[in-house]
Design a protein around this ligand. Structure first.
Ligand code: PLP
Length: 377
């Protein structure tokens, strides 16, 4: 079985697993002042340093959460609920964990602008600038898209917004571990991280919250995580995401080189298929993500046909299961039919060249079967 769905989630890195198992021994409550508590606290603070280092942040700017969904909600509601209304700018290609908080804010009476993207899947920074109103209280635009891998012009947007002192949040769930991200070079106010996209377990993530920027908590309890994420910390998973961040930091050059080395031949092979088209071509893209439309297939059926041999995705895994064309691809101007015939293939650091060759062979065989069946019928 070949796994090519790393954007859905990544396997657990063995060294991260080891770290987590080791940390299960440290059962103390990090808030306790005795030796057991102090040890757990130490582990959490060490993980915070590692996550911060990965994105060039300061440790105090890292809030541990359960993942990017929670980080996105905390950033969006935490900021906007400081006001009784106001204007929010986002894009039409965000993950549901940004789209739905924004829709909820619209239902609550906030004014929300959903910006379009061009045919290459990119938001235009000029559109962001033009959309700003006197009462714009937040802009949230993703760092890279989960379906197409298109990297958004967040640096340009962040710099423009920093000048105007408008807070900017970016959902960075898909970029960490694939491209370098520095919150010093990228003057964002808040940035969401998901551990399970870079070889840590599901259910752990972080929000980068720039020093001195105030947001409201969504949960009320004790003072954990600066009062923004109350509840006794999940010490083993926090240690795990710290270890995952450390590995990415130390091995980044090797990992990114590897991603290109396995993804480029895959793209080349896929484009040899007649009627195949890369979505987002021409835009800067993550080195591991391919979104391909193949005329004559129904992506969800095709994914199912492959499912015992090669794991890929039709649209994004989070909303698979329902045959609805991807709103991301529709926003890029693809027809409904093109969107329904688009597959996402995403590689990772454990993908081997041989797996890529084998996957290409299997994909081509299955396509031939579909084409033969349709010409015979
Ligand atoms: N944002 C993006 C861009 C994603 O791809 C995902 C997961 O697929 C999420 C947010 C949600 O992350 P989590 O599963 O950690 O809540």
């Amino acid at each position: 079985m070949i796994y090519l769905d790393y954007n859905a989630t990544t396997p657990l890195e063995p060294r991260v697993k080891e770290e987590i198992i080791k940390t299960f021994e440290e059962f103390g409550n990090p808030s306790s002042s005795h030796k057991f508590g102090k040890k757990a606290k130490e582990i959490i603070e060490s993980a915070r340093v590692k996550v911060a280092k990965l994105i060039d942040a300061e440790p105090e700017e890292i809030i541990f959460t359960s993942g990017a969904t929670e980080s996105n909600n905390l950033a969006i509601f935490g900021r906007t609920l400081c006001f009784n209304g106001g204007h929010i700018i986002t894009s039409s290609i965000e993950h549901p964990s940004v789209v739905n908080p924004c829709k909820q804010l619209a239902r609550m009476g906030y004014d929300v602008t959903f910006l379009p993207v061009n045919s290459q899947g990119m938001v235009d920074p000029d559109d962001v600038k033009k959309a700003i109103k006197k009462d714009t209280i937040l802009v949230t635009i993703m760092h890279s898209n989960n379906e197409t891998g298109v990297i958004q012009p967040v640096k340009e947007i962040a710099e423009m917004l920093a000048e105007k002192e408008i807070p900017f949040h970016t959902d960075c769930a898909q970029s960490i571990g694939k491209v370098r991200v520095s919150v010093r070079e990228l003057p964002v106010t808040m940035l969401s991280i998901a551990g399970h996209k870079f070889y840590a377990p599901k259910g752990i993530g972080a929000l980068f919250l720039r020093k001195d920027f105030f947001i409201k908590p969504l949960l009320f309890g004790a003072s954990h995580e600066k009062g923004l994420r109350p509840g006794t910390e999940n010490t083993p998973y926090i240690a795990g995401v710290g270890k995952a961040a450390e590995i990415i930091y130390e091995e980044f050059d090797e990992i990114s080189k590897h991603l290109l080395e396995v993804t480029e031949p895959l793209l080349k092979g896929l484009l040899e298929i007649s009627n195949a088209k890369l979505n987002g071509a021409g835009s800067p893209r993550l080195p591991n993500t391919l979104n391909i439309s193949i005329k004559g297939i129904l992506a969800d059926e095709f994914v199912e046909r492959l499912s015992q041999k090669v794991a890929i995705s039709a649209g994004s895994a989070c909303h698979a299961g329902v045959r609805k064309p991807s709103y991301v691809l529709l926003s890029m101007g693809l027809s409904e039919q093109e969107a329904l015939s688009s597959i996402r293939i995403s590689t990772g650091k454990f993908t081997t060249f041989q797996e890529v060759i084998n996957a290409l062979e299997i994909i081509k065989q299955e396509l031939n079967k579909i084409y033969c069946a349709s010409t015979n019928s």
